[in-house]
Write a protein that binds this ligand. Sequence first.
Ligand SMILES: NC(=O)CC[C@H](N)C(=O)O
Length: 387
Amino acid sequence: MNSPETSLSSPLFPASHPAILALADGTVFHGVSIGAEGHSVAELVFNTSLTGYQEILTDPSYNGQIVTLTYPHIGNTGVNEEDVEGRRVFAAGLVVRDCPALLSNFRATSSLPDYLKKEGIVAISGVDTRKLTRILRDGGAQGACIMTGTDAGAALALARSFPGMAGQDLARVVSTDQVQPWTQGSWQLGSGYTQPQGDGPHVVAYDFGVKFNILRLLADRGCRLTVVPAQTPVEEVLKLNPDGIFLSNGPGDPEPCDYAIAATRTFLDKKLPVFGICLGHQILGLAIGAKTVKMKTGHHGANHPVRDIDTGRVFITSQNHGFAVDAATLPAHARVTHVSLFDGTLQGLELTDRPAFGFQGHPEASPGPHDIGVLFDKFMSLLADQK
Ligand SMILES: NC(=O)CC[C@H](N)C(=O)O
């Protein structure tokens, strides 16, 4: 699809810091740089969350992706030191309609543009994100380039050079390189992050790009947590004497994560409780012989309805994925527990002969509604049953 170049020039978007967003399909948007100088080439996706831009930017699952936020005013609450879901900004770039010049929030310690510059992330504002989102919705996620300056030809060539997300193993790229304990619990107004006792079951969490709030919610429930790098061999994990295994979210395609798929098979054989979220859920699916597929636009937002098959109850969930487990390929010893009410894709699975389950969305939210946080309680029950 080829569209004419789009420009939203106004006094709000001074020409002094121009930037370009080029899509592999030939569309070019002109706007204003609100981040670092330079360029970034990645898969372009859109996220419909109204809040939580700092959590979205720092979610390691966005590695290799430029995020367009459909909510038009982004940056109005600034950023702070606490609302991070990873060690740094992992999104490859940010596209917004408007970044207000003024920010207002009692917790803010920096403006969004200053933060993006400090983190070295290119970002563009002044883009008609409604038009852009329609292009992505109709044509699917695609390669794109944000570039500071005005060289549309160079940006287009780079956008077209993006090889696609399929086949990319990014989990081991973003993972920690150390085995380490995790002790932080959820944030409380007035006191900040808590430090729960951690005298419950020992959970070893594979870090494929884990969002911190997952670890916090497990810590809140009393888990003693050890976070391990994505490629940690099974024998090393077993030496830690875990009561259960957590498989985290993460960026990229799950299929090339053969190290994690093989490790998961062993944990399942040993009947250890296993809980997978997003990439971890996909890895669980692959470990039992199911297949994963690349979706057209994926799911990125904080209001996705998901039906619990057993109870009929609908949960409003946070989502961020571009791949999905193909329900038609599940083996006989697995069943579907949740489906998306947007497109019917598989959202949850459970093994019928092992204490293992996975969820495709993000039950830890951050950002998002907390409806389906009950899945953490389900994991706690599996851990208790094994004792
Ligand atoms: N949030 C995630 O873990 C995303 C999983 C995977 N990278 C996908 O895009 O589907």
